[in-house]
Design a protein around this ligand. Structure first.
Ligand code: C2E
Ligand code: MG
Ligand code: MG
Length: 718
C-alpha cells in the first residue's frame, strides 16, 4: 500500500492559485483534480480526494473533510481516512483499495463511519491513473453520503417484507398487473388458484403468458387460449371494475374481483382478487335445499310441491296432457306415534318416503306436507286407468310390513286422486279435491284409493260455502249462546248452566255445533269464536250473580285448538277482569282428546288456569282414552260422564257397570261426577243411585236462549 503524503491544506481555492506559477507535474495533476473536485462538490453532497501515488501525497476537499468529520488541523493521509472508517469495515476497505491498485476491476465500495453515536453510510468511487507501463500513478475519487438513501432503502425493504407477508397471509389470491398488463405483484395463492407452476410467475410476465397454461388445460380462464388475446385487449382498453364468478374443473368456485389501481390519480394497473367461495356456495345450496325440502324425509315440501305442480300444469296445458295428483295419508299413524314414540313414527315416515321415491319415476314429484300426509304429482299419464294401475302397485308396496328398531310395523295408506284437467285447473283445486277423495277412501275402510267424483265435488263445494259463510258470521253477530241447566242428583237444585253455541245463519236456520265447530276448528276460526263464547258466557253469569243468592256457575266448552293458544290463560284472565265475574263461578270443559295431543303443555296450561281460580271439568268422559294416569296428572274439579253411557243404562248392564266404575274412580280422586244426556226419570234415578252428583239432560231441560234461562232462574220453577 502506498503511504499517504502530506498534501496542501486541502482548500480547493488555494491549490487552484498554485496552478498560475510553473508547478511540478504531480502538483499540476493535483490541481487538475481539484478543479474536478469543485465540479463534483458543487452539489455539496460529494466529497473528493486524490492521491498522487508517485509523490505519495494525498489531498481531500473541504466537503470530504466535513463529511468524515476530520479536523482542519489534520493533514490528509490514507491512514487518516482509514482511521475514520468504522472498525468493522476497515479491512474490507483496505482490501478493496489494494485490489483496485493491483488492477482488479471494481471502482466502487461502501463503508460506514460513526457519527453522533449512529452509523453514517458512504459510497466511494475510485479511479486509478496509470503510466505507459501500467503502473498506477494516481488514485482519485469521490465519496457520497448515502445514509438517507440507505434508511429509505431499508424502510422500503421492511415495508415490502411486511407487504409480502400480508399478501401471503390473505385468504384470497391476489395479482397486480401494470397498465401494460404485466405482472407486478402477486401472492403464493395466485399460482395455486390459476393453476400455474410458481416459477412461471415472474416480475413483468405478460398477462396472456400467465393464463395460457390454465387456458390450454381448460382449467381456468376463458377456455380457449385465443380468447386470451381478446380478453387482454378488452382489459387493456378498459380498466373498469368487474365482479364475476368462475367454476374450475375441480368444481371449486371463485369470486373474481378486478379493480383499477390508481397511482397519483391515474390508472396504473389492475388489482385482481380471487376468493374461493366454494364453501359459501355449498352452504347456500344446502339452505336452498332445506327451504324446499322436508327435513325429515328429504322429499319436496309444500312450497316446492306448489311450484312443481304449477309447472306441471303449465306443461300439461301446452302438451294437452293429463296430470294426476295423489293425496296419501297413512292409516292410524297417530296410534303408532302415540304408542311407540315419535322416534319410531319418524323412522316409519322415512321408510315410507324411501318406498315412494323408489316407486315413482324421475319426472314425478313426491312431497311430504307434514305429519303422515304425502302428495305425489304424476306427469304425462295416459288416463285414469293408468293412474289406477300405478296407485295399486303403490298401495301394495306401501302396505308391506316395515321393520323399525327390530319391530315389525304395519301401516297402510289411504289415497285420493284428482286429475287435471277434469278435476281442477289449478294446483289448489287439484290438491283440495285429491284430499277430499282421500277422506272418502278413509271413510270406505282405509287401505284403498278413490278418485275424486262429482258427489265428492258437491260436498266439498258445500263445505267450502259453509266455511265462507261461517267466516262472515263471525263478523256479523250471527252467534248465540244457549244454556242448559245442571242440577243436583235429586233434580231439585239448579247448580249451573252449560253454555252451548248456536249459529243463526238466517231467521229459519239454527245450526247446532256439530255442523260448524269442526270447520271452525280446521280453519282456526274457533280461537276467535271461542273467545266470543267465553266473554258472552261470563257476561251472562255475572248478570245472574246479581239476581241474588244461589247463583249458578257457568260451564264453557273449549276446543283443542284454543288449548294450543299460548296466550289462552291470559285471555281468560282478561275476560274475567273485564266482566267482573268471580273466577270460581266459571268452569271450563275440556275433552280427553283435546289435551292428549300434547299432555305436558296441557298440564302446564291447566295449572295456570287453576291459579286463576277457574274450575276444570273433563267432558264426554269414557269416549276417549279414559286414562287413569292423566286423571291424576291434570288439576281437575269435575268429571262429566258421556251421554252415550246414559241413554241405555236401564237396559245395558255394561253401561251401568262403566258408570259405576267411573263414579268410584272419580270419587276416589275427590272429583264430583255429572251425568249428561239424561232423558228419562228412570235414568235420573238410576244415575243418582250409582252416586252421580249432578245431572244434565232433556229430562230436566233442553238448552234454551238466555232470556228463558233468566226467567227460569227468576222463578226457580224447574
Ligand atoms: P257437550 O259439551 O257434551 O254438550 C252436551 C251436548 O249434549 C249438547 O249438544 C246438548 O244439547 C246435548 N244434550 C244435552 N242433554 C241431552 C239429552 O238429554 N239427550 C241428547 N241426545 N243430547 C243432550 P250441542 O249443544 O249440540 O253441543 C254439542 C257439542 O258441541 C258439545 O258437547 C260441545 O262439545 C260442543 N260445543 C257446544 N258449544 C261449544 C262451544 O261454545 N265451544 C266449543 N268448543 N264446543 C262447543
Ligand atoms: Mg260440554
Ligand atoms: Mg259432553
Amino acid at each position: 500500500m502506498h503511504r499517504a503524503l502530506e498534501g496542501p491544506d486541502g482548500k480547493a481555492g488555494r491549490v487552484a492559485d498554485a496552478s498560475v506559477a510553473p508547478v511540478p507535474t504531480h502538483l499540476a495533476a493535483i490541481s487538475e483534480h481539484l478543479a474536478a473536485m469543485r465540479i463534483a462538490e458543487s452539489s455539496h453532497l460529494v466529497g473528493a480526494w486524490a492521491h498522487d501515488l508517485t509523490a505519495d501525497r494525498v489531498i481531500w476537499s473541504e466537503t470530504f473533510r466535513a463529511m468524515l468529520d476530520i479536523p482542519r488541523t489534520e493533514m490528509p493521509s490514507l491512514e487518516g481516512f482509514v482511521a475514520r472508517v468504522h472498525p468493522a469495515d476497515r479491512d474490507s476497505v483496505l482490501d478493496h483499495l489494494r485490489r483496485v491498485l493491483d488492477g482488479e476491476d471494481g471502482t466502487g465500495f461502501c463503508f460506514r463511519i460513526e457519527r453522533n453515536g449512529c452509523c453514517a453510510h458512504f459510497e466511494a468511487r475510485i479511479v486509478i491513473d496509470r503510466d505507459r507501463e501500467g503502473r498506477p500513478t494516481r488514485a482519485h475519487g469521490t465519496i457520497q453520503d448515502i445514509t438517507e438513501r440507505r434508511a429509505a432503502e431499508e424502510e422500503l425493504r421492511r415495508k415490502s417484507a411486511y407487504l409480502n407477508a400480508i399478501l401471503d397471509h390473505l385468504p384470497q389470491a391476489v395479482s397486480v398487473f401494470d397498465e401494460h398488463l404485466r405482472l407486478q405483484c402477486w401472492n403464493g395463492r395466485f399460482a395455486q388458484v390459476i393453476g400455474v407452476p410458481p416459477h412461471m410467475l415472474d416480475y413483468n410476465a405478460r398477462f396472456e403468458d400467465i393464463y395460457r397454461v390454465p387456458a390450454e388445460r381448460g382449467e381456468f380462464g376463458p377456455g380457449n387460449p385465443d380468447d386470451l388475446v381478446e380478453q387482454r385487449r378488452r382489459l387493456a382498453a378498459s380498466f373498469e371494475p368487474l365482479l364475476f364468478e368462475r367454476t374450475r374443473t375441480d368444481g371449486r368456485t371463485l369470486l373474481i374481483a378486478r379493480e383499477p389501481l390508481y397511482i397519483d390519480g391515474r390508472v396504473a394497473g389492475l388489482v385482481t382478487t380471487y376468493t374461493d367461495i366454494s364453501e359459501r356456495k355449498r352452504i347456500e345450496a344446502e339452505v336452498r335445499h332445506l327451504a324446499h325440502h322436508d327435513a325429515l324425509t328429504g322429499l319436496a315440501n309444500r312450497g316446492l310441491l306448489d311450484a312443481r305442480l304449477q309447472q306441471a300444469i303449465a306443461d300439461a296445458r301446452r302438451g294437452s296432457q293429463q296430470l294426476a295428483v295423489l293425496f296419501l295419508d297413512l292409516d292410524r299413524f297417530k296410534n303408532i306415534n302415540d304408542s311407540l314414540g315419535h322416534h319410531v313414527g319418524d323412522a316409519l315416515l322415512m321408510q315410507v318416503a324411501d318406498r315412494l321415491r323408489a316407486e315413482m319415476r324421475e319426472t314425478d314429484t313426491v312431497a311430504r306436507l307434514g305429519g303422515d300426509e304425502f302428495v305425489i304429482a304424476l306427469q304425462g299419464i295416459g288416463g285414469a286407468s293408468d293412474v289406477a294401475r300405478m296407485t295399486e302397485s303403490l298401495l301394495e308396496r306401501l302396505s308391506a310390513p316395515y321393520m323399525v328398531d327390530g319391530t315389525e310395523l304395519h301401516a297402510t295408506p289411504s289415497i285420493g286422486i284428482s286429475l287435471f284437467p277434469a278435476d281442477g285447473m289449478d294446483a289448489n283445486t287439484l290438491l283440495r279435491n285429491a284430499d277430499a277423495a282421500m277422506y272418502h277412501a278413509k271413510a270406505l275402510g282405509r287401505a284403498n284409493y278413490q278418485f275424486f267424483t262429482d258427489a265428492l265435488n258437491q260436498s266439498t263445494t258445500a263445505r267450502l260455502e259453509l266455511e265462507n259463510r261461517l267466516r262472515r258470521a263471525i263478523g256479523s253477530n250471527e252467534f248465540e249462546l244457549w244454556y242448559q241447566p245442571l242440577l243436583d242428583a235429586s233434580g231439585t237444585t239448579l247448580n249451573g248452566f252449560e253454555a252451548l253455541l248456536r249459529w243463526r245463519s238466517d231467521s229459519e236456520t239454527l245450526h247446532l255445533p256439530s255442523t260448524f265447530i269442526p270447520i271452525a276448528e280446521d280453519t282456526g276460526m274457533i280461537v276467535e269464536l271461542g273467545r266470543w263464547v267465553l266473554r258472552e258466557a261470563c257476561v251472562q253469569a255475572q248478570r245472574w250473580s246479581e239476581f241474588g243468592p244461589g247463583r249458578p256457575r257457568i260451564s264453557v266448552n273449549l276446543s283443542a285448538r284454543q288449548l294450543r293458544d299460548v296466550r289462552f290463560a291470559d285471555t281468560v284472565a282478561d275476560i274475567l277482569a273485564e266482566t267482573g265475574l268471580e273466577p270460581s263461578m266459571l268452569e271450563l270443559e275440556i275433552t280427553e282428546s283435546s289435551v292428549m295431543d300434547r299432555p305436558d303443555e296441557a298440564v302446564a296450561l291447566l295449572h295456570r288456569l287453576k291459579q286463576l281460580g277457574v274450575g276444570i271439568a273433563i267432558d264426554d268422559f269414557g269416549t276417549g282414552y279414559s286414562s287413569l294416569s292423566y286423571l291424576k296428572m291434570f288439576p281437575l274439579d269435575r268429571l262429566k260422564i258421556d251421554g252415550s253411557f246414559v241413554c241405555d243404562i236401564d237396559n245395558d248392564p255394561n253401561d251401568s257397570a262403566i258408570v259405576s266404575a267411573a263414579v268410584s274412580l272419580a270419587h276416589n280422586l275427590g272429583l264430583p261426577v255429572v251425568a249428561e244426556g239424561v232423558e228419562t226419570a228412570a235414568q235420573a234415578l238410576h244415575l243418582a243411585r250409582l252416586g252421580c252428583d249432578e245431572l244434565q239432560g232433556f229430562h230436566f231441560s233442553r238448552p234454551m236462549p238466555a232470556l228463558e234461562a233468566d226467567a227460569m232462574l227468576r222463578m226457580q220453577s224447574w
